[in-house]
Design a protein around this ligand. Structure first.
Ligand code: NAD
Length: 421
């Protein structure tokens, strides 16, 4: 298993490196470049929560707003032992570029709490979440900064944040978070949106490469929300075979294809993929190097690196996760001719349907799932076409192209708004 706690890898430095390469192509002047590059506001809170034994435990949490030139900050909250301020900065900046590349009227934000949710019971999670949310009350809001789920956070946690915020301001505020349960203003299709959006752009990439997904094989690193739904839809809607997956506790490998609905049910019951009947285990390094059509990194940052990129045999790498590929690995993949669907495009389905949820909350009028998915499809396809066209025009890889589209839109918003006062 690869951990993102590699001491030499800093996701914020990696994010700024990619930003700079796009800003160079756009020949951004220094003022606009710096305004777009650095974070706007950063909040660090050290806060207490009550544990099951009645003792008080201190936690550290972050919320970062990277850029709000195009709209309120938007981005998930992550619960993980390895969360750092630099990771949250990087994730917030990727949200800015993601919203811009698919043309959604939001800026970028992100949050995180250093904790191990796997060792906490529901009461402890609720106690920690509510106290963290109350620390954020003056910082977030439906017109200011709108959190959503990320790694190890879910609709229940969003419900506690929505409730805590609402109690503070004295009335229910549905639009303060997205990814909520349907019963309190969640959107149909939100849970599946990241995986679904990822499959929409994989389909377009396959068409572009003349690759038949029906006979195709895929590998998923990180069988969580984004990874399992992408796997499920590749099988159910395209007839592809998923030959290997893993998660934080193990792996499942079957060269003839895994039973994905069965594996999802097995993971829901046991909490892991290892030991799934009819599968063997496989080490992550071997799994990433399997010959396949599509490789979907869907866990954490720093997975495809200078050490393993040359061994990757996939035709398409679709980044359901944020930041799974290091800048050094990017170059190697490009030179090998691997077609990369960069994170800010490939996983933009999540924030797109979060945007739909926020629109539905503002209107108090809710859409059918069919309408959610059709609108998601249009936005993802437009994003893909725009990025591909830009890659061809500037003769650059898809990541640089996505950043050129996104940074250009943010820079334009900064210029046209001007500098206050
Ligand atoms: P999740 O918590 O549902 O799933 C994460 C999965 O990764 C889990 O199955 C976990 O076991 C696995 N994992 C953790 N560490 C691992 C390791 N070292 N090796 C292999 N597997 C490991 O989270 P998610 O919401 O699916 O998020 C996954 C990625 O997708 C993150 O990078 C997140 O930022 C990104 N993302 C998620 C959304 C969303 O809407 N959920 C939207 C955009 C991007």
């Amino acid at each position: 298993m690869i951990s993102n706690s590699n001491a030499t890898y800093n996701p914020w430095h990696a994010a700024m490196q990619v930003f700079d390469s796009a800003a160079d192509i756009l020949q951004l002047d220094e003022g606009v470049r710096n305004r777009a590059k650095y974070t706007e506001r950063e909040l660090t809170v050290n806060f207490p929560a009550k544990m099951r034994d009645g003792k008080i435990q201190m936690f550290t949490g972050y919320r970062v707003q990277h850029n709000t030139a195009r709209g309120p900050a938007k981005g998930g909250i992550r619960y993980h032992p390895d969360v750092t301020l630099d990771e949250v900065r990087a994730l917030a900046s990727w949200m800015t570029w993601k919203c811009a590349v698919v043309g959604i009227p939001f800026g970028g934000g992100k949050g995180g709490v250093i904790c191990n949710p796997k060792e906490m019971n529901l009461l402890e999670l609720e106690s920690m979440t509510r106290r963290f949310a109350s620390e954020l009350v003056g910082f977030i809001g439906p017109d200011r900064d709108i959190p959503a789920p990320d790694v190890y956070t879910n609709p229940q946690i969003m419900a506690w944040i929505m409730d805590t915020y609402s109690m503070h301001v004295g009335h229910s505020v549905m639009g303060v978070v997205t990814g909520k349960p349907l019963s309190i203003g969640g959107s149909k299709g939100r849970v599946e949106a990241t995986g679904r959006g990822c499959v929409y752009v994989i389909t377009e990439a396959a068409k572009h490469l003349n690759l038949n997904l029906t006979e195709g094989t895929a590998v998923v690193q990180g069988f969580g929300n984004a990874g399992s739904i992408a796997a499920l839809l590749l099988v159910a809607e395209h007839g592809a075979k998923i030959i290997a997956v893993n998660d934080s506790s193990g792996s499942a490998y079957n060269p003839n294809g895994l039973d994905i609905p069965g594996l999802i049910a097995y993971k829901a019951e046991t909490g892991h993929v290892k030991g799934f009947p009819g599968s063997d285990k496989i080490r992550e390094e071997e799994m990433l190097a399997l010959p396949c059509d599509v490789l979907i990194p869907a866990a954490l940052e720093n997975v495809i690196t200078a050490q393993n990129a040359a061994k990757i045999k996939a035709r398409i790498v679709a980044e359901a996760a944020n930041g799974p590929t290091t800048p050094e690995a990017d170059k190697i993949l490009y030179e090998k001719g691997v077609f990369l669907l960069p994170d800010i495009l490939a996983n933009a389905g999540g924030v797109t349907v979060s945007y739909f949820e926020w629109v539905q909350n503002n209107y108090c009028f809710f859409w059918k799932e069919k309408d959610v998915n059709e609108n998601l499809h249009d936005i993802m396809i437009n994003g893909f076409e725009e990025v591909l066209k830009t890659a061809q025009k500037h003769k650059v890889d898809m990541r640089r192209a996505a950043y050129v589209v996104a940074v250009n839109r943010v820079a334009e918003a900064i210029r046209v708004r001007g500098i206050y006062p």
